[in-house]
Ligand binder design. Structure first.
Ligand SMILES: NC(=O)c1ccc[n+]([C@@H]2O[C@H](COP(=O)([O-])OP(=O)(O)OC[C@H]3O[C@@H](n4cnc5c(N)ncnc54)[C@H](OP(=O)(O)O)[C@@H]3O)[C@@H](O)[C@H]2O)c1
Length: 358
């Protein structure tokens, strides 16, 4: 059985290793053995491997007999394959996700210890035999949909359903952005998505984003042009109320979003992909009573674990009722062979990818 692992001095994805390990025939009474069904590759997985977060998560044991290692990956969906005798609430065939990303997910199996009196390490997404949830939906459930859901719901509590409220966002083609668009559409809230221009398939991207619910899609160059903001953008907003600016990039892109806000609006930063600082005219903030916030799902969940569970349940309900869809991603299948090569293929493609284990 295989895992994609890294060492204490790993600095880039080229340093990742393939580690083979033994899957136990039996589990201890307080353990559950999981078989991996699918895992995505997220930008934060790569930041973690590259050491951007300062410290790696602790090493984990792949099995009772193998050495402990860092396992890459944060997210994934798993099928329960063995349940220890003292564990209640789980059966063979249930689908689960891990409640902490610290165990690592880019591996064929996970042996999970249930600490006595400790936090629940698993969250069940589907009972054995129950339909209604696809593997790619479960695989990508725990990071981007809850982030997008909380960005829409945590900062404005009184959205008007009259179709005049707006959210503006940059990185509008990101998975978070595409989930956010869908959640906003459910509330009849308009979304202006800003994306990078100049791609050969630009029109196709715009059509896709609009089909998910984006009201308008413009390029970074347009968003950052004062002329465009003062004329075309005004006619796009058509007197509507721009209440929320959702920033994933920083720098000039964030400034442009900030300048689009209506009085009493708020800008929320959940990513810093350009690494550039954000500047804005203080008078613009002062006279328009604009607020700024930082958003961090992991930090919020640490402070209030129930908030994540409530959000996951809300998202699961939407998936199971067919109202939400996973944005397009490259799907790769792992049957046997080299697991590491498959993940490197996804990473080096630069596209959003999900590895399905079949
Ligand atoms: N704060 C939190 O709790 C939290 C939770 C989840 C995710 N995040 C963060 O959210 C971000 C998006 O995650 P994701 O999984 O949705 O990513 P994703 O699907 O891989 O999308 C990344 C997007 O960022 C755009 N982008 C990247 N660099 C850019 C640049 N320099 N200028 C303009 N656009 C740029 C890409 O545009 P192109 O399509 O043009 O390449 C793409 O649309 C990541 O930074 C992630 O770490 C934060």
């Amino acid at each position: 059985m295989s895992a994609v692992t890294y060492g204490d001095h790993t600095k880039d994805v080229d340093d990742l290793e393939l580690t083979k390990f033994a899957v136990p025939r039996d589990v201890e009474s307080n353990q559950v053995l999981l078989k991996t069904l699918a895992t995505p590759v997220n930008p934060s997985d790569l930041l973690l491997i590259r050491g951007v977060y300062g410290a790696f998560p602790p090493k984990v044991k792949l099995s009772e007999t193998d050495p402990v290692v860092h396992v890459a990956g944060n997210e994934g969906v798993f099928e329960v394959s063995k349940v220890g005798t003292s564990i209640e609430g789980y059966s063979e065939g249930d689908w689960v996700i891990l409640t902490s990303g610290r165990l690592g997910t880019w591996r064929t199996h996970v042996l999970v210890d249930f600490p006595s009196g400790g936090p629940e390490p698993l969250f069940k997404v589907k009972n054995a035999g129950e339909g209604g949830l696809k593997d790619i939906e479960g695989a990508t459930l725990s990071v981007n949909p809850p982030t997008a859901y909380q960005l829409v719901h945590n900062y404005v509590k009184d959205w008007n359903s009259d179709g005049r409220d707006w959210i503006v966002q940059n990185a509008g083609g990101s998975h978070v952005g595409q989930f956010l668009t869908q959640f906003a559409r459910m509330l009849n809230v308009n979304v202006l998505s800003v994306i990078r221009g100049g791609k050969p398939n630009h029109d196709e991207i715009v059509t896709e984003l609009k089909s998910l619910g984006a009201t308008a899609v413009i390029t970074e160059d347009q968003a950052q042009s004062e002329e465009f903001r003062n004329h075309e953008l005004r006619s796009i907003f058509n007197g509507g109320n721009v209440r929320l600016a959702i920033n994933c990039l920083g720098g000039a892109s964030a400034t442009a979003l900030f300048l689009m806000l209506s009085p009493d609006g708020a800008m929320v930063t959940y990513g810093a992909l350009t690494n550039d600082p954000i500047t804005y005219p203080s008078r613009w903030q002062q006279y328009n009573n604009l607020t700024t916030h930082g958003y961090f799902l992991t930090g919020n969940t640490k402070k209030n674990p129930q908030s994540k569970i409530d959000t996951l349940n809300a998202v699961l309900k939407l998936y199971k009722s067919g109202k939400l869809q996973v944005p397009p991603a490259t799907l790769l299948e792992f049957k046997d062979g080299n697991l590491l090569e498959l993940y490197l293929q996804v990473i080096k493609s630069g596209k959003k990818g999900i590895v399905k284990y079949i």
